[in-house]
Design a protein around this ligand. Structure first.
Ligand code: SF4
Length: 320
């Protein structure tokens, strides 16, 4: 007789084998919560004013392709997008997501001007998510964010991408893992929830290297992680690099296999904010299979069942 296997994973409301962001939101806020992606007009420390430089994979929109229109006032961007979301979820609550470019790359006085209305109630949002680089978080900025985190839920998203400096150089990341670790050491002394962002299939990385990056994340034990597949987009330095000397790109099956292995080494209480990314279809050169996000997520679920796997199955962080 076939025995039905119980899902051993507790942090899910939809039969997933990992701690979904939706589950976190539902159990924390008891209501539908959505993100409103914004472009606050920031730049990035290693993109030049002519738009060149920067990470080789980064799009013209500073990896904020679905964020609001930067020429529009921030409050208007937020209200327009929030109104659209409320048509779908009338009782939903919004997290203002500062997504495009590097959202702490400005003097503290400018950061205060931008962020205060979202924290002091002038703009109606449940919380704020801020995406940035590890080399744009000095002590003064961290201190400010610590204060803001007392006013409203704040999620600080930091681009890791990889822990291998040889890859970081290849993608022109502009900082080393040492810098990243120094920043995380300072941030871990605070109670700001950290979201670490990694990318699979960066040039010439093996599956083992990608799993090593996930193990490194596990050791830092952030609040959440985002795992993305590399997108090669038109009009990026990486598109040229790929055209002149193509490097291997993971197939959907390879990606899923690696993601499941990464989930296995992550502690069960790290929230999984993303396992696929969004790319504008008209700009995506490869891999086209990423356009079908639902299929990727479904196949991850199936692979986890087939491998009798769950998040944290091989979590070794207690050894460190
Ligand atoms: S740090 Fe972010 S915004 Fe800056 S170039 Fe890299 S991906 Fe783009």
């Amino acid at each position: 007789m076939n025995q039905v296997k119980e899902n051993p994973f507790p942090y899910t409301s939809d039969n997933k084998r990992y701690y979904t962001w939706n589950h976190y939101l539902k159990t924390t806020f008891n209501q539908k919560v959505f993100k409103v992606a914004l472009d606050a007009g920031f730049s990035c420390p290693h993109r030049r004013s002519d738009g060149k430089g920067g990470c080789t994979f980064c799009s013209e929109a500073g990896s904020g392709d679905f964020a609001g229109n930067r020429s529009m006032l921030l409050a208007k961007q937020f209200e327009e997008q929030k109104a659209m979301m409320l048509r779908k979820w009338p009782d939903g609550l919004a997290i203002a997501y500062f997504q495009a470019y590097t959202n702490t790359y400005a003097p503290l006085s400018t950061l205060k001007e931008i962020y205060e209305p979202f924290f002091n109630g002038t703009i109606d949002c449940l919380g704020v998510a801020i995406a940035t680089r590890p080399d744009c978080l000095d002590d003064e900025i961290i201190e400010y964010l610590v204060e803001k985190n007392k006013q409203k839920p704040l999620y600080l998203e930091i681009g890791v991408q990889t822990i291998f400096d040889e890859t970081s150089r290849l993608i022109n990341r502009g900082h080393t893992t040492e810098v990243l670790e120094e920043t995380l050491t300072r941030l871990k002394k605070t109670d700001i929830p950290l979201v670490l962002h990694i990318i699979n299939s960066l040039p010439y990385e093996s599956a083992d290297m990608m799993i090593q990056t996930a193990k490194w994340v596990a050791k830092w034990h952030p609040f959440a992680i985002k795992i993305h597949m590399l997108h090669i987009l038109k009009r990026t330095p990486m598109a040229l690099q790929y055209q002149h000397s193509p490097f291997p790109i993971l197939s959907k099956e390879e990606y899923i296999d690696i993601v499941v292995s990464q989930l296995e080494v992550l502690p069960e209480d790290i929230v999984i904010q993303r396992l696929t990314g969004d790319a504008p279809s008209e700009d995506l050169i490869t891999p086209l299979w990423t356009l079908s996000k639902v299929a990727v997520l479904n196949d991850i679920d199936k692979a986890m069942v087939a491998r009798n796997s769950w998040q944290g199955k091989y979590d070794e962080t207690s050894k460190y």
